[in-house]
Design a protein. Structure first.
Ligand code: C2E
Ligand code: MG
Ligand code: MG
Length: 708
């Protein structure tokens, strides 16, 4: 209120309105004695004029006035600026109840009946002014709060814990995007608004809060009409009754959508590359630090790859910046695909990360590597993919890349060391041929190269028919005659000579090449088996299955058709499966073995005793025989431990009604020891090394062990 009272703000002004001049003067006198400023009026019109001119902090208003009466004055003042909240005390006659009622209807704050006690009246006015002030202040602060909440997109609502009823106001409706009409008052209504994917978390939070009397804090999304999404932050505070029992949760809700979006934007600008949308060097380092922490804990490998695109500046100079950018985006997408491709042996981890460092430089972190050569597989794949043709504006472009690799723990165990070493490996590879990669450590490099050389050659070996089979005879220790052979693969490479299966089978497994190789072995062995059968030699043929083959869902079908095509008697076919293969997935293995048994073939567990302890499961495996690993056999005559192990295996097999075959028999002593134990079959250099089909035939027929 701006008026002439400005100078004495603390002194309150009371407007005394009464047509009785004497009474008016008495009232004015006692008011000013009590510290009020006073203004007076003798008629209703005068009162309104005075209020208009001076304003007032309170008004004493006689009901009976000449002209317009006190009720009218009260009503009019209520409508004037500053009049709505003015304390108006109406002076009525004693017991004049009708006047008292009319006074309230006209909007009076209070009444005082004649005869008046001026001193008491002063006190009364003082209290009323004070209460009115507090009320005004509260109103103002509520208004301020509402305005501030609206500005901050904030609001609050309450959940009654006994009835599940919620109370909220228009502003909450606004934030939650619901109309006030469509609002129902229970908790479910709120839950219905919450985004489906966040619902469980919201439920859990509220539940926890109720159960543990804990204030809560959570964020959730809501979907508005038109599929817009809002992000709401909720802070819930528990309110207790006087007995300390939680009765309500007071929620403060804030629409943080814009803030979140800005945060995301800021984060994107700070940690990502705009062009490729890949992480930048800062995020890459952060991620590497985390990866190192995990790798140290899990004792796993990490590889850091620095990739450089050759002569990229030339592309920019020739085709311009815009085309250059488009090409970089294509390269970036290919790199991302490289990491997502799960077909190869190098299984990529979901946390692997590709980043862009500079114009034409990229970085990759490979985590959870089982084998370091997996990183070399990724390098090859990257080089191949970058190499693929890119067509822009009718131009075919072929890019070349070089990669430097550092590995944890071999090449360092800090972020800085690994980055520096990958970088220096990259510098080194830049001096070498294009489309190549280089490990920081020379030893790793040669290992990776050797493996790749082998992989490439292995691919050619299939095409060039460089594999052949040898057969090692197996003797029945009761009859001392040869009853079976084990087919063992050999690879004759034009330059490398004969390569041991121990060296190439693991690479074939990692690259998936074991599937075509294994199929070749299978067919070859089955054809040989049939040939011998046709010549009157009923010889059992043992074929080794590798883990990848055994898990291949197509194997069973392949075996089935090959058996039919080659017309072999399944009684003479045995598959050797290693113990560790079975233990990887016991139930799945049993199921697969049972399917093989339905075909009528025999199954044996190879290298028994070396792998996991499968003794508990042995009863459930539908196998016919155990092959005692040769590492136990070689020392049975000198090591008591080994003798005990072999004895135990033979006894166990007998109890389970399984046949036992001992591998690696090199000495006569081995043979007699095993014979005494009651072992069924023997295989080893003492009888024969693996030999060609023609050579092994000399062991069939009348041959017996006594000939050794
Ligand atoms: P394995 O199945 O345990 O085969 C027995 C290995 O022991 C053969 O080695 C055999 O030459 C060798 N051996 C036999 N008797 C003696 C002996 O008295 N003393 C010694 N020191 N060694 C003996 P090879 O042929 O080098 O094969 C090694 C492994 O490669 C095999 O172990 C088998 O796991 C795998 N393998 C061989 N051929 C195939 C195949 O066609 N497919 C698959 N998946 N794996 C194969
Ligand atoms: Mg074997
Ligand atoms: Mg073996």
């Amino acid at each position: 209120m701006t008026n002439k009272r400005e100078e004495s703000k603390d002194q309150k002004l009371v407007l005394v309105v009464d047509d009785d001049k004497i009474l008016r003067q008495i009232l004015c006198l006692s008011m000013s004695k009590s510290g009020f400023k006073v203004a007076e009026a003798g008629t209703g019109e005068e009162a309104i004029e005075k209020f208009k001119e001076l304003g007032a902090d309170a008004m004493l208003l006689d009901v009976l006035l000449p002209g317009i009466d006190g009720f009218q004055v009260c009503k009019r003042i209520r409508k004037m600026p500053g009049g709505a909240s003015l304390p108006i005390i109406m002076i009525t006659g004693q017991d004049d109840y009708e006047s008292i009622n009319s006074a309230f209807e006209a909007g009076a704050t209070d009444f005082a009946a004649k005869p008046l006690n001026p001193l008491l009246l002063c006190y009364r006015i003082r209290y009323i002014i004070r209460a009115n002030q507090a009320f005004d202040d509260l109103g103002i602060s509520q208004l301020k709060l509402a305005a501030a909440q609206e500005m901050a997109n904030l609001s609050n609502w309450e959940l009654d814990l006994t009835s599940n009823i919620i109370e909220w106001n228009a502003n909450v409706c606004n934030i939650f995007g619901v109309t006030e009409q469509g609002y129902r008052g229970d908790l479910q209504f709120f839950l219905d608004i919450v985004h489906k994917e966040d619902l469980e978390n919201v439920r859990k939070k509220i539940d926890q809060s109720v159960r543990h009397n804990r204030d809560i804090n959570f964020e959730h999304r809501i979907i508005l009409k038109g599929k817009n999404v809002k992000i709401i932050k909720q802070e819930g505070k528990i309110l207790y009754d006087s007995a300390g029992i939680p009765v309500r949760i007071l929620f403060t809700s804030q629409d943080v959508t814009e803030k979140k979006n800005t945060e995301d934007e800021v984060r994107f600008l700070a940690f990502y590359d705009r062009l490729t949308e890949m992480p930048n060097r800062i995020l890459f380092k952060e991620h590497l630090a985390k990866a190192l922490f995990d790798a140290k804990r899990d004792r796993s490998y990490i590889a850091v790859l620095f990739i450089d695109i050759d002569n990229f500046r030339l592309i920019n100079d020739t085709f311009g910046r815009k085309t250059g950018d488009a090409i970089l985006k294509i390269v970036a997408d290919r790199l991302k695909i490289c990491l997502r491709d799960n077909d190869t042996a190098a299984k990529m981890d979901e946390y692997d990360l590709t980043a862009r460092f500079g114009a034409d430089e990229f970085g990759i972190i490979l985590e959870n590597l089982n084998d370091l050569s997996d990183s070399a597989i990724v390098c090859r794949r990257i080089i191949e993919m970058v190499n693929e043709k890119i067509t822009v504006d009718d131009n075919d472009i072929f890019l070349h890349s070089r990669i430097g690799v550092s590995v944890f723990p071999d090449d360092g165990n800090t972020v800085e060391d690994l980055l520096r070493n990958a970088d220096s490996a990259l510098s080194r590879v830049k001096e070498l041929e294009k489309d190549s990669y280089q490990f920081y450590t020379a030893d790793l490099n040669s290992r990776a190269f050797a493996r790749f050389a082998l992989e490439t050659r292995l691919r050619q070996a299939i095409v060039n028919n460089e594999f052949y089979l040898l057969y090692q005879p197996q003797v029945d220790l009761e009859t001392l005659k040869v009853t079976g052979v084990e087919a063992l693969i050999r690879w004759l490479h034009p330059d490398m000579g004969i390569v041991s299966p121990m060296d190439f089978i693991p690479v074939a497994e990692d690259t998936g090449l074991i599937i075509p190789i294994g199929e070749w072995v299978m067919r070859e062995a089955l054809i040989q088996c049939k040939k011998w059968a046709d010549s009157g030699f009923n010889i059992k043929m043992s074929v080794n299955l590798s883990a990848v083959q055994f898990r291949d869902p197509k194997l069973l079908e392949f075996v089935k058709t090959t058996i039919v095509e080659e017309a072999v008697d399944t009684n003479f076919i045995e598959f050797e499966i290693t113990e560790s293969m079975l233990m990887d997935d016991v139930e799945g293995s049993i199921e697969r073995m049972e399917k093989f048994k339905e075909l009528g073939v025999r199954l044996s567990i190879d290298d028994f005793g070396t792998g996991y302890s499968s003794l508990n499961y042995l009863k459930r495996f539908p196998v016919d025989a155990l092959k005692v690993d040769r590492s136990f056999v070689s020392d049975i005559t000198v090591s008591e431990d080994d003798a005990m192990i072999v004895t135990a295996i033979v006894t166990l097999a007998k109890n389970l009604n399984l046949e036992v075959i001992a591998e690696g028999i090199e000495m006569k002593e081995h043979l007699s020891f095993l014979n005494n134990l009651g072992c069924d079959h023997a295989q080893g250099y003492l009888i024969s090394r693996p030999v060609s089909a023609e050579e092994v035939e000399s062991f069939f027929g009348d041959w017996t062990v006594d000939e050794i």
